[in-house]
Design a protein around this ligand. Structure first.
Ligand code: MG
Length: 160
């Protein structure tokens, strides 16, 4: 069986005048993530893991932040394009495993909704998408609530 593995990382700054969107789910919080697109840091890490698994570069290559067409973009739409690219090359996702690092808000109540959203976009079973949440124990920029970070690993298998 042909398999490929990829990893992705992203971080976005928290600011007061933006929505907080993680895994396609909008959360109630007084701070949101700053970015050219909707700044969905989890979805961005997943896209980089998927692209990385096939050595296809990173999301900055496909959706450059200098390109006005991606301003305010729904990251789930970008994820669907990355998924299409992977499928067109003859690969399918076996599973994703991810970590969101955020001091606040509490993410646990929203994890299942994120898995469901991402699974719908990727045409997967939610069981194929792991999402874990942790704080940074108040250490560093994430600990000071200056930003939220996400890590993702993707395993792909050749569709045959
Ligand atoms: Mg990003």
């Amino acid at each position: 069986m042909k398999i490929r593995i990829g990893n992705g990382y992203d971080i976005h700054r928290l600011v007061s005048d933006r929505p907080l969107i993680l895994g396609g789910v909008k959360l109630e919080h007084e701070l949101g993530l700053l970015g050219h697109s909707d700044a969905d840091v989890l979805t961005h890490a997943i896209m980089d893991a998927l692209l990385g698994a096939l050595s296809l570069g990173d999301i900055g290559h496909y959706f450059p932040p200098t390109d006005p067409q991606w301003a305010g973009a729904d990251s789930l739409k970008l994820l669907a394009q990355v998924d299409q690219l992977i499928r067109s090359k003859g690969w399918q996702i076996s599973n994703l495993d991810t970590v969101i690092v955020a001091e606040r808000p509490k993410l646990k109540p929203h994890i299942q909704a994120m898995r469901d959203r991402l699974a719908a976009v990727l045409q997967l079973d939610p069981d194929q998408i792991g999402i874990k949440a942790t704080t940074n124990e108040k250490l560093g920029p994430v600990g000071r609530e200056e930003g939220i970070a996400a890590y993702a690993v993707a395993l792909l298998t050749a569709a045959s």
